[in-house]
Design a binder for this molecule. Structure first.
Ligand code: SF4
Length: 308
């Protein structure tokens, strides 16, 4: 396994300083959400697989811990959908042997109809499933699932898991203007949430460059209304503090982070400032010249990510 499966710590607006574990190859997913910040799904699959050996992921995690890095939570999040990793349960149990920090899993929730996936996720301390649509038509329009996935199965899986699960269930709703932010859609989501036992609802909006350029975030008042209707918490935007890298070279440090977590220009500037970088403009020049780096201008600022 040459590729790194552990990254960060990176700041997460919901979880604090998060040490990431990615058991999934780039953009393997059973959805191709219009708002996905990783771009369109290029490996559409609903087959659970042992993409990487669990022992190797755990060894890399152990080595990372031994560096003494500080973090609040371990987050299992793929560059795709982490429940597609067939050894998810072994991975969570193995991580728990190494750290006493909480283990969170960020998932689209599609596979919660599968008893093995529910069993694996039962081992996590926090599960953050998506719930973006109150009906099948909207589900297909926003999440663009692989053909074998049915809305009714996904929702039933989420309901069932919510009743079985003893940990923290934080439902995340991504609002996309014109797709799921109407009064009618919010009412359907509200009805659906009544059937899902949950501890929190996060209302999110696409603030990073989405897979489809037509995607827009709802107007600020609409987000506030949605938060009120759904009893949620709004995820606020822009500068996430606390990006961290052990890499000494500033440019390499930025490249390492954006490999898995796009950073906007404000985040990079702040990150370089925390490292006492003497010439941030030079780093931005290098990023602009690098053919592997893509700068996407969106919402009035540039976000940098690795070109796929
Ligand atoms: S489920 Fe997540 S990784 Fe998959 S397409 Fe949607 S946003 Fe992207």
């Amino acid at each position: 396994m040459n590729e790194k499966r552990i990254y960060g710590p990176v700041p997460s607006r919901r979880l604090g300083l998060s040490l990431g574990v990615s058991p999934i190859p780039n953009k393997a997913c059973n959805y191709s959400c219009v708002y996905c910040q990783l771009g369109r799904t290029n490996r559409m699959t609903n087959q659970r697989e042992d993409f990487f050996k669990v022992e190797e992921i755990l060894a890399e995690f152990q080595a990372k811990i031994e560096t003494g890095c500080q973090f609040d939570v371990v987050t299992i999040v793929g560059e795709g959908e982490p429940t597609l990793y067939a050894q998810l349960e072994e991975l969570i149990l193995g991580l728990k042997q190494i750290t006493d920090r909480p283990i969170a899993v960020i998932t689209n929730g599609a596979l919660l109809y599968d008893g093995d996936v529910r069993k694996a996720l039962n081992q996590a301390d926090i599960v953050l499933p998506s719930y973006d649509a109150g009906d099948e038509e909207t589900f297909v329009a926003i999440n663009r699932p692989i053909g074998s996935i049915r809305y009714g199965d996904v929702v039933e899986g989420l309901r069932r898991f919510s009743r079985e699960y003893q940990g923290q269930l934080w439902v995340e709703i991504m609002l996309v203007r014109g797709l799921n932010d109407s009064d009618e859609q919010l009412a359907k989501l509200k009805e659906g949430l009544k059937e899902i036992r949950h501890d929190r609802v996060y209302v999110n909006a696409p603030i990073r460059p989405p897979a489809e350029s037509s995607v827009q975030e709802p107007l600020p008042d609409r987000i506030k209304e949605a938060v009120a209707v759904l009893g949620g918490i709004s995820i606020d935007q822009l500068v996430s503090e606390g990006f961290y890298s052990e890499e000494f070279d500033h440019l390499k440090a930025v490249l390492n982070i954006i490999q898995r977590h796009p950073m906007n220009q404000h985040e990079i500037a702040h990150f370089l400032q925390t490292r006492d970088c003497e010439n941030p403009a030079l780093i931005f020049d290098e990023l602009a010249k690098d053919p592997h780096v893509e700068g996407v201008f969106y919402k009035g600022y540039t976000t940098y990510r690795i070109r796929k």
